[in-house]
Write a protein that binds this ligand. Structure first.
Ligand SMILES: *Cc1c(COP(=O)(O)O)cnc(C)c1O
Length: 350
């Protein structure tokens, strides 16, 4: 006997990466947070928050942030929809486009949350396997016939970026909506943002959690043609973004100089880390994100799972996915140069 809808009863809950309490001293390389602090300008705004701001309800569309994002990306404000993290934007997208009898399509392995959100809607979930080199399987994605199709670029956990021309082709050939999840775009060389102006079926999603060091703030947004956003606005909570996030986020998104400087540091550390792990015999996928997918050589004294356990015992958290295709690999966030050095020397000791 259960009180729940059958699909909710059957659902296995999404398991986020481990989040040890802030007092625990660990090198945390498991959930792709930025190792550098948020913009000082954003922190200054936070310190100056007035009680009156909190007494009132916030703006339903997070207008201050929307204006700042409009400035930062050169798109009109009504092409932007703000959410409580980009995870909430994804929830709105599933509510808006997915239901029983409609297909949700995405290439695998990718962001695991899509499966959970699809099952909540009781939609038909179609997972198309990526080839070993993570080239986008355009033909198979088109054939699957999704009402909505998701592509993460740069992808997690592979870090690989999808070439713009493939996303362009996909947008043209799909009859449904194409969502391009750009959570890691701040660490890449290019973006697919221009596709929202070219195609009325493309939604690009962004977050302040990774590039802007604000995972704790919970702020993300979608950029798309206003007619696509209009349906999403109907399914969102009335006051989905709190007044603090709206103001602090606006200051952060305006400070692209600070964000870019940190991204440059992370990219430099990323290439050193990739080089060092390769020298230790690891297979590395070419990453445009703030993490690396790595596979220990078969001659390495530990397989991926025991390496994960051993590093954890030494206070270094990395991400291990106990699922087909990933259970022989680890996803490791690019930290500060010091954190990366500690990781490399812990691995080299084996
Ligand atoms: C981190 C991440 C998100 C979630 O971002 P939030 O804004 O923190 O909710 C969305 N998509 C992908 C692929 C991510 O890695």
């Amino acid at each position: 006997m259960t009180y729940f809808r059958p699909n909710i009863q059957a659902l296995s809950a999404y398991i986020p990466g481990e989040q040890p309490s802030p007092e625990t001293k660990v090198i945390k390389l498991n959930t792709n947070e930025n190792p550098y602090p948020p913009s000082p300008k954003a922190l200054q705004v936070l310190r100056n928050i007035d009680g009156e701001l909190l007494r009132r309800y916030p703006h339903p569309m997070a207008e201050t942030f929307r204006q700042a994002a409009s400035q930062a990306f050169g798109v009109p404000p009504d092409w932007i929809l703000v959410g409580n993290g980009s995870d909430e934007i994804l929830t709105m997208i599933f509510r808006g486009f997915a239901e029983p009898g409609r297909k949700v399509v995405y290439p695998m392995p990718t962001y695991v949350l899509y499966r959970t959100l699809s099952q909540i809607q009781d939609a038909e979930t179609i997972e198309i396997p990526y080839p070993e080199d993570y080239r986008l399987p355009v033909e198979e994605l088109v054939k699957a016939g999704g009402s909505v199709t998701f592509v993460v670029s740069p992808n997690s956990p592979s870090g690989t970026q999808i070439p713009l021309d493939l996303l362009d082709t996909l947008a043209v050939r799909l009859s449904g909506v194409l969502v391009i999840d750009e959570a890691y775009v701040d660490f890449a060389e290019t973006s697919a943002l221009e596709l929202v102006k070219k195609h009325d079926n493309v939604i690009v999603t962004r977050t302040l959690s990774k590039g802007y060091s604000l995972a704790g703030l919970r702020l993300g947004f979608a950029i798309a043609h206003p007619h696509l956003l209009s349906g999403l606005i109907k399914v969102k909570d009335s006051y989905n973004v709190d007044a603090i996030s709206c103001l602090v986020g606006a200051a952060a998104i305006a400070d692209s100089e600070y964000k870019n400087a940190n991204a440059e540091k992370i990219k430099a550390t990323r290439s050193r880390m990739a080089h060092q792990l390769q020298e230790l015999g690891f297979k590395i996928w070419s990453s445009q994100a703030n993490f690396l997918l790595v596979q220990p050589a078969s001659t390495f004294p530990h397989n991926a799972e025991s390496l994960y356990q051993n590093l954890k015992q030494q206070g270094i958290l990395v991400r291990y996915f106990p699922q087909p295709r990933l259970n022989d690999k680890l996803r490791i966030t690019v930290g500060t140069p010091e954190e990366t050095e500690a990781l490399i020397s812990a691995i080299a000791k084996f």
